[in-house]
Design a binder for this molecule. Structure first.
Ligand code: CAP
Ligand code: MG
Length: 503
């Protein structure tokens, strides 16, 4: 009886919505009508990039009118219907094709032919999250998900050098790549900086990154930093017998300077695979990201997302989600992008947002907030390859042999307020270990310093792999014991770690 009542209620709701939508359609002016089709056939026929956004209209516009204005302004239109339109230009209109009146969600289809040829990501974002974020007609407009048809994917670079290549170089499998960010964020001399790198690497760490603002400051000249890091790396590799990686921040004032810094690293005698290029993808821009991807396809391209909060913070009504940012980073060819710690670390985030983003850039097929994105077009009837994809979970094989079929993985980089006590809680939320984690304070704030901080990090992942609680493992591993004591000394942290462990 209850179920019948529920179904009847649902049907009533749908009927009501249809009537409301019919009413809203009547309110559209001539211009707006050209950007709405609630019966758009086959949105997934390969012609359209699809988006879903949360939209709250402003002023006296209703949601459908505001959505039509957004579709116009983000494709062919402006605030009035212009006499210069042509039948062909109208074919390029973005189309509002679905609305959820209860949740204020709008679905917009973009004929992807409007985007700049040659795989230009900057151009797409200028269209779909450009002027529209400043429009008077909306008080909230946040793009939550985006979907790329396979026919479009083939026009974009996607990642070249991936986490799989880094794993092969480091010979590290079955666990996250263990990294750090050198702290203090800025202020060490080149020699002091390299010293901290050595301390981390000799403590067992794999990966060191420049912090996002590190550049060519007078007290830490770029050339010297590169030279000393090389010496520190050689020493650590020799002593530990393990390969190491350093991610150099090549963000700069202009293109030539960025390339000069890349060439400095390339010509400093580093082994291929032992260095990555870090780019502040939002403040340096998408052109810088794609330039590096195209000029240095054999180098891990590390997308740091400093400033992303202006668009992605959950409380921001205007912008786009971490998922949207991360999917565009993969499309542009980043080897890895920071996707957040799902609220475990110091930055705002949630499993729903950060883990969804991490999974969407890591896998060949992944569910977003609204779309299931297939980053490869594996023919439905190609049973053999589908089986192989399922079996080859980390798809080492598929994309090497069949890279024409798929856009390679982009690695989640998990960082921001983490320390060894938070690694397992994060892995439990993530559900897998195929990512890079970088801990700054989580390593360099260790009471015994960086080398002990690195050892504590290594010990925490050893404990994880052995299925031993870190407190138990700490009984025989003093660096880990000191790390736990230090990082859980205040109640709040202790409670957070314990509640995460229980969850
Ligand atoms: C982390 C970090 C990273 C953040 C960026 C920082 O340092 O170096 O830039 O991870 O955030 O400067 O905060 P700590 P996100 O490990 O000392 O926090 O990864 O969320 O983009
Ligand atoms: Mg940083």
């Amino acid at each position: 009886m209850y179920y019948k009542g529920k179904m009847a209620k649902k049907k009533e709701g749908i009927k009501r919505d249809i009537n409301v939508l019919k009413g809203l359609l009547k309110t559209l002016n001539d211009k707006q009508k050209a950007y709405v089709n609630l019966n758009l056939p086959s949105q997934k026929n390969g012609e359209y990039l699809l988006t879903v956004s949360h939209l709250v209209p402003c002023g006296d516009l209703n949601i459908l009118q505001a959505a039509a204005e957004v579709a116009a302004e983000s494709s062919t239109g402006t605030n009035f219907k212009v006499k210069t339109e042509t039948p062909f230009s109208r074919k390029l209109n973005a189309i509002v094709y679905k609305i959820d009146l209860e949740k204020n969600l709008v679905w917009i289809a973009y004929p992807w032919r409007i985007f700049d040829r040659g795989g230009n990501v900057q151009n797409i974002l200028t269209f779909i999250v450009g002027n529209v974020l400043g429009m008077k007609e909306v008080s909230a407009l946040k793009m939550l998900d985006v979907w790329f048809p396979s026919s479009m994917l083939e026009q974009y670079d996607g990642p070249s050098y991936t986490l799989d290549d880094m794993r092969k170089y480091l010979n590290v499998y079955g666990r996250p790549i263990l990294g750090t960010i050198i702290k203090p964020k800025i202020g060490l001399t080149a020699a002091e900086y390299a010293e901290v790198c050595y301390d981390f690497w000799s403590g067992g760490g794999d990966f060191v990154k420049n912090d996002e603002p590190q550049a060519d400051q007078d007290f830490c000249e770029y050339e010297k930093m590169v030279k000393f890091v090389k010496e520190a790396m050689n020493k650590a590799v020799k002593e530990t017998g393990h390969k190491k990686v350093h991610s150099f921040n090549v963000s700069a004032s202009d293109f030539d300077e960025m390339i000069r810094r890349c060439e400095l690293v390339e010509n400093a005698g580093f082994e291929p695979g032992s260095y990555a290029f870090l780019i502040d993808g939002i403040t340096a821009g998408w052109m810088a990201v794609q330039t590096l991807r195209r000029r240095y396809p054999n180098v891990f391209l590390h997308f740091h997302r400093a400033s992303h909060g202006a668009y992605t913070r959950p409380e921001n009504p205007i912008g786009f989600s971490v998922l949207v940012l991360s999917k565009f980073a993969r499309l542009a060819g980043a080897s890895g992008i920071h996707t957040g710690t799902a609220g475990v670390g110091k930055m705002k985030g949630s499993p729903k947002e950060d883990i969804t983003a991490a999974k969407n850039i890591l896998h060949l097929v992944s569910k977003g907030h609204f779309f299931e994105q297939n980053w490869a077009q594996v023919p439905e009837d190609d049973k053999q390859i589908i089986e192989l994809v399922k079996e080859d979970y980390a798809h080492y094989v598929i994309l090497e042999d069949d890279s024409w079929r798929g856009m390679k993985k982009c690695c989640p980089i998990i960082s921001g307020g983490l320390n060894p006590t938070k690694l397992k809680p994060f892995i439990d939320i993530m559900g897998e270990v195929d990512f890079i984690t970088t801990m700054g304070a989580g390593c360099h704030a260790h009471p015994q310093g960086t080398n002990a901080g690195a050892k504590a990090l290594v010990q925490s992942i050893e404990a994880y792999k052995k299925g031993i609680e870190i407190k138990e493992y700490a009984k025989t591993h003093k660096e880990l014991a000191e790390s736990i004591k230090f990082f859980t000394k205040n109640k709040k942290d202790l409670q957070q770690v314990e509640s995460l462990e229980r969850s």
